[in-house]
Write a protein that binds this ligand. Structure first.
Ligand code: EPU
Length: 420
């Protein structure tokens, strides 16, 4: 397994570009199952999860042509199998996103039931109950979700008990081809849901209210091909901003979208960062100062994102003062805390909160990544430590951050990959 070796203590400085959003690209790729026409998806990030989704579509018979400039043309016309096998689902939970589109378009779908993962139990009961309400016959047997519908799914009034991002996306995709109107209440408002809705609309879907907690979808007979460019990754953007703030540096981030990062930018300003914004760029300058610790609570958009919690915990670890970090979305998303304590941080977990007492500097150590965002936080911790840190199990990071060591090197970081 590859590792990353980091020699910390260098204030990061420079300019980088942000890739397309992983969590928007994955549902958009799944949505191509809703039409027999070719869909051209652009601005795809170069990530393992994207390759896994292409592999998943490929094993069902879907044809893809990977083009230049981060684009792919996907045509589901030759589909032969309606099954997402366990081998792929276990490596990427987002595989569940093929369930709604396959069922709506082909009347059948078999998807391995995703298990728990490092950050929580992550059930998919709300995806299944909503699809059942739309008339699907669903059984879970031998570790597989088997779903069928006679004729089309039926529009339904669905109230989501919890805000679920991929649950909202699955139901929204399924509803585009249902008979009649579907209303999703307590829908996720995440920008990735809006990006998917925009792509579906470009395919001819009738969707209203995306970005609010009530989404209405009027089913249409069929969807057509389109060209769509994935929006910038807000979590990648936030991760680099925090890495630079933690090392007391300065950065300009291009090809991003500041308007979807408000909660993160306001916490960075509270931490002492000077921030300037353009339509598609953000600059941050710490003026060489140590960040101030901040307190935050994660919750669905537009509140502070759980996918940025670990990185802010790292920032607090070298901040002035102390802060409370409360996680309300996933039940077990503090695995990075114990690794950071091995680097000399002063973090205490109590229930779903971490009390962080900032230190001037951390000490490098060998540490192990447990999930994607935890890996990013350990890299940030390594960048602000004296001497050497090695981060093991970085296959997690390659799932969600495109060329992370190259981008950090561009900012002056001393980081290199140690191949296994
Ligand atoms: N939940 C249920 N039942 C369901 C669905 C969700 O109880 O049927 C619970 C979950 O266990 C969790 C909460 O609801 O406690 C929210 O989970 P959600 O369904 O919103 O998460 P997700 O859709 O599986 C997406 C992102 C995650 C991100 C979360 C929250 C994708 C592919 N994944 O996951 O991204 O953390 O929303 O914003 O969009 C990441 O990129 O590192 C990542 C984990």
């Amino acid at each position: 397994m590859d590792k990353l070796e980091i020699h910390g203590g260098v204030p990061l400085s420079g300019e980088i570009r942000i890739a397309g959003a992983k969590n928007s690209a994955l549902p958009i790729m799944a949505s191509t199952l809703l039409t027999k026409d070719t869909v051209k998806v652009g601005n795809l990030p170069h990530l393992y999860d994207i390759t896994t989704m292409l592999e998943l579509l490929g094993c069902m018979g879907v044809e893809s042509i990977v083009g230049e400039k981060l684009g792919v043309e996907i045509c589901s016309e030759p589909i032969r199998h309606f099954s997402a096998p366990y081998d792929l689902v276990k490596t990427m939970r987002a595989s569940i996103l093929v369930l709604g589109p396959m069922l709506a378009h082909y009347g059948q779908a078999e998807v391995a039931l995703p298990g728990g993962c490092a950050i929580g139990s992550r059930p998919v009961n709300l995806h299944l109950s909503a699809l059942k309400k739309m008339g699907a016959d669903i059984n879970v047997e031998n570790g597989y979700i088997e779903a069928r519908t006679k004729g089309r799914l039926k529009g339904a009034h669905i109230f989501m008990d919890l805000v679920t991002v991929t649950g909202t996306e699955n139901v929204m995709m399924a509803a585009t081809l249902a008979d009649g109107q579907t209303i999703i209440e307590n829908a996720a408002r995440e920008p990735e849901v809006v990006d998917l809705a925009n792509c579906l609309k470009a395919m001819g879907a009738k969707i209203f209210g995306e970005g609010t907690d009530t989404i209405t979808i009027d089913g249409v007979k069929e969807l057509r091909g389109c060209e769509y460019s994935v929006m910038p990754d807000r979590i990648e953007t936030g991760t680099y901003l925090i890495a630079v703030a933690a090392t007391r540096g300065k950065i300009k981030i291009k090809d991003t979208r500041p308007s979807i990062l408000e909660s993160v930018l306001s916490k960075l300003e509270e931490a002492g960062a000077q921030i300037q914004l353009g339509e598609d760029w953000i600059s941050l300058d710490m003026k060489g100062n140590q960040p101030r610790a901040v307190s935050l609570t994660t919750a669905p958009y537009p509140a502070f994102p759980t996918d940025m919690q670990a990185q802010f915990t790292a920032l607090n670890a070298v901040a002035e003062g102390s802060g409370l970090i409360t996680e309300t979305v996933f039940e077990n998303r503090f695995m990075h805390v114990h690794e950071m304590n091995r680097m000399g941080a002063d973090l205490k977990v109590e229930g779903n909160t971490v009390l962080v007492k900032g230190k001037d500097i951390l000490q490098g150590a060998p540490v192990m990544a447990t999930d994607l965002r935890a890996s990013a936080s350990l890299i940030i911790a390594g960048l602000m430590s004296e001497n050497q840190t090695t981060v093991d199990r970085i296959y997690h990071i390659d799932r969600g951050y495109e060329c992370i060591e190259e981008k950090l090197q561009l900012l002056g970081a001393k980081i290199k990959r140690l191949p296994s």
